[in-house]
Design a protein around this ligand. Structure first.
Ligand code: ADP
Ligand code: MG
Length: 399
């Protein structure tokens, strides 16, 4: 895979795929405001390098779940404004139709943002010819393609894979860093290699366990996924999150962990609540004593101590998924304990989940204490599942 250092971009037009899928909220006067600009900030090293090197820069990105037609609420205009502030230079926004004229007016060092590419149905089409037609329009705008949207490299889409085959291509700084870190973790992690899993998307994450169980030394399970494991042990889980159809699979993991000598650690105590609310009545109970009608919304204090101890002497820690419903203060303690234990350790520490990364920021744990906080939840999960990511494979193929 080529990096930015392998390509000469002076005086050339470079098409950059970025991940600008930022969270937005309603602002004054019907406007939309960005609530977390982390993904825009993450693209700056690549964009600043290209500007300094004298390239004309055209950025392509998507926002939200646009379904192939323009919707004003999903315009990238707020992103163009914020990017302009961060770069200290105006960033005009152009639709695909306006793009050829807008690109023709760029000077070296200028940056242009294309409007939400998912306003065009061909971007995510399953028909290769449709994607190809869009990719050709994009490729015609530039001389070189740089892939820097790590959050989309697991997608086979026109602006991610198809266009990379039409132009000389390279990985941007962000994609290069993410791919190197996850590549190193999968190839030769410093041991003990500890993976902490939680969150709510249990079935999504079972593939990760299936692949990692042969590689890790310890697997710490918390969050919503823990209850499917507790159920597999035969415990009652009340009204906690439970994927009954996954209990058999999970029982298989418990057996495999035992056979391989992998330490699979489940919660021993649970913060339960009588309903899903910040002002619910709560209690701490043993993991095998969740009362009927109550739901587990966080790992308990004893479990936090055990998890922290299993993290403290690790060589590598990868964390995906909050330990509880951290968005509500009474259920944030478990997530905070894991974040603090990782921040305190000298291990290589990587966070690979959108909500887990958000939790670290919201709970005010020092982000600089982590080796890496991934910008791509889905992409990092697929990496950990051992899958081939099409947006990375294409860069290797064309290098
Ligand atoms: P990530 O984005 O880090 O991969 P997920 O998207 O899988 O994580 O899950 C995040 C969500 O999981 C959070 O909104 C959190 O409230 C929820 N969650 C964590 N523990 C529980 C639980 N015990 N019951 C219900 N939801 C939970
Ligand atoms: Mg999530």
């Amino acid at each position: 895979m080529q990096s930015l250092d392998d390509i000469d971009v002076a005086g050339r037009t470079v098409l950059v795929r970025a991940d600008f899928n930022v969270p937005l909220a309603d602002g004054p006067g019907g406007s939309r405001v960005i609530t977390d600009d982390g993904r825009i900030v993450a693209a700056l090293p690549t964009l600043e390098h290209l500007r300094r090197a004298g390239a004309r820069v055209v950025v392509v990105a998507h926002l939200g779940r646009a379904k192939g037609e323009p919707v004003p609420e999903l315009s990238l205009q707020p992103v163009a404004d914020r990017l302009g502030e961060l770069l200290g230079a105006p960033v005009p926004l152009a639709s695909l139709a306006e793009a050829p004229a807008a690109v023709a007016g760029l000077r070296p060092g200028d940056v242009l943002l294309l409007e939400n590419i998912r306003f065009d149905a061909r971007e995510t089409s399953r028909e290769a010819e449709e994607r190809q037609a869009l990719a050709e329009e994009l490729a015609a705008l530039a001389d070189v393609y740089v892939s820097d949207g790590f959050g989309v490299v697991h997608r086979n889409q026109a602006s991610v894979t198809d266009v990379a085959r039409l132009l000389p291509s390279a990985a941007g700084r962000l994609v290069h860093k993410e791919a190197s870190i996850f590549g190193a973790i999968m190839a030769d992690p410093a041991r003990p290699f500890v993976v902490v899993l939680g969150g709510s998307k249990v079935s999504d994450k079972l593939g990760v366990i299936g692949n990692l169980i042969a590689r890790v030394d310890r697997l710490l399970i918390g969050g919503g996924m823990a209850y499917t494991f507790l159920a597999a042990r035969g415990y009652g889980v009340g009204t906690s999150l439970l994927e009954s159809d996954q209990v058999e699979t999970v029982r298989g993991f418990l057996e495999e962990a035992e056979r391989r000598g992998v330490e699979l650690v489940l919660p021993v105590d649970i913060v339960v609540a009588d309903r899903f609310a910040a002002d619910a009545q709560t209690d701490v109970v043993a993991a095998d004593e969740i009362p009927d009608g109550w739901m587990g919304l966080d790992i308990g204090p004893r479990t936090r101590e055990i998890f922290a101890a299993r993290i403290a002497d690790a060589g590598t820690v990868v964390w995906n998924g909050p330990m509880g419903v951290f968005e509500m203060t009474p259920f944030a303690g478990g997530t905070l304990a894991v974040a603090r234990a990782m921040a305190a350790s000298d291990a290589m520490t990587v966070i690979g989940g959108g909500d887990s990364a958000a939790a670290v920021r919201i709970l005010d744990v020092d982000e600089d204490r982590f080796t890496h906080i991934s910008t791509g939840g889905g992409a990092s999960l697929e990496f950990l599942e051992g899958k081939t990511l099409p947006g990375l494979a294409v860069l290797e193929e064309t290098a």
